[in-house]
Design a protein around this ligand. Structure first.
Ligand SMILES: [Zn+2]
Length: 376
């Protein structure tokens, strides 16, 4: 059925460029995946990923900050909320959770299920069951919220040339294309400069984050990078992020949720995601997925062995003992301070999101990839 063509709604706001205190009257409009700002001598297009949307509280001014600098303000909160809704923008998970009784009810139900399931089967199996019952849109919201918080606290914009980013994206796309359609979840690959050293991790919903440092560590080798990302896609496919969250919540935050301190629990989620340390079983599942993708793409799983070697060399070079918590590979003092305010300093065991969590396990995993390479 043809729908009448309507222009996206716009709203009046004040724009600050982030360097001067001068406010400029502008109109805001959402178009595709960008926020358009137009007004006195300004025409700016900000990708939505760089917009930190204000939380929808009851009162007060709405201020949206841009990670690349600058902000917009709107004093009319009600008008802003109407505009935001009318533009079809999804609320962050925290706001949705706070404001939608359906969400709260669903969470309460999930919680009851979780408690029953824990009594029945124990935490890991219960978490798996709850994840299976959770709609995939929850993964995406979680991932989006996580990325904006991670960007604020742990990451800086990438310095990899756009052509280089495109080359690596293309390499993964090509590998994945060799598999039957639909057998790999949708993904997007973003690059960041890290404050915690070489790293790669997957956010729920399919955003893969690769740091410049890891790209450099493996000598920009697109096969090794594809292997790392294939492993991360395994975490996405099996929804390990959400499962980890459910488990952590079940273990640590159950009481808090029951008494209604829901938003506090959710607010801690992004930090958890950025410093993911999955269980051995989850790593095994992700490794299997990596092998599946690599073989389909005709890349030897041996490239993962290369990765482990480079990481071992890196650890050796930086003198990282590996098992002592609180040691970050880059010894910049500001980093400790940044994350300490979240109550969680990244530990040596979790610095690499691909989660080489414990070193004895590394040997087992190296052997797994060697065997897989030999079995081709
Ligand atoms: Zn992993």
């Amino acid at each position: 059925m043809p729908m009448p063509d309507t222009a996206p709604p716009s709203i009046a706001a004040s724009y600050f460029d982030g360097t001067s205190a001068r406010a400029r009257a502008v109109m805001l409009r959402l178009e595709g995946d960008a926020l358009l700002i137009s007004g006195e001598g300004i025409e700016r297009r900000v990708p939505l990923r760089q917009v930190q949307w204000p939380e929808r509280t009851r009162h007060g001014m709405r201020v949206a900050h841009f990670t690349g600098g600058g902000s917009v303000q709107c004093a009319d909160a009600a008008a802003w909320d109407d505009w935001s809704r009318g533009s079809g923008r999804r609320e962050s998970l925290v706001v949705t959770a706070q404001q939608s009784w359906r969400w709260v009810l669903a969470s309460a139900l999930a919680l009851v299920l979780l408690i029953v399931a824990i009594q029945q089967w124990g935490v890991p199996v219960a978490a798996r069951a709850v994840v299976a019952l959770t709609p995939p849109s929850v993964d995406s919201s979680l991932g989006e919220t996580s990325l904006s918080v991670i960007d604020e606290h742990l990451m800086r914009p990438s310095r990899l040339p756009a052509a280089e980013q495109a080359r690596l994206r293309e390499a993964l796309a090509k590998a994945v294309a060799a598999l039957p359609p639909g057998s790999v979840p949708p993904w997007q690959l973003v690059f960041r400069r890290s404050r915690i050293g070489p790293n790669a991790f997957a956010l729920p919903g399919g955003t893969l984050v690769m740091t410049d440092e890891l790209v450099e560590l493996v000598g920009r080798d697109d096969k090794v990078i594809t292997a790392v990302l294939a492993h991360e896609l395994g975490h996405v496919r099996h929804r390990h992020g959400l499962r980890m969250l459910v488990q952590a919540t079940a273990l640590g935050g159950l009481a808090a949720i029951v008494v209604g301190d829901f938003s506090t629990v959710l607010a801690g989620v992004p930090v958890l995601m950025g410093q993911a340390s999955y269980s051995r079983d989850a790593e095994r599942e992700a490794d299997q997925e990596a092998v599946r993708i690599l073989k389909a793409a005709n890349i030897s799983p041996d490239v993962m062995v290369t990765l482990f070697e480079k990481i071992a060399a890196y650890r050796h070079k930086t003198g990282e003992p590996g098992q002592s918590p609180g040691n970050t590979p880059e010894k910049e003092p500001e980093q400790g301070g940044k994350t300490a305010e979240e109550g969680k300093a990244p530990s040596a065991d979790s610095w690499l999101g691909i989660a080489f969590a414990s070193h004895p396990a590394d040997a087992e995993r190296v052997q797994f990839f060697k065997d897989a390479a030999a079995a081709r």
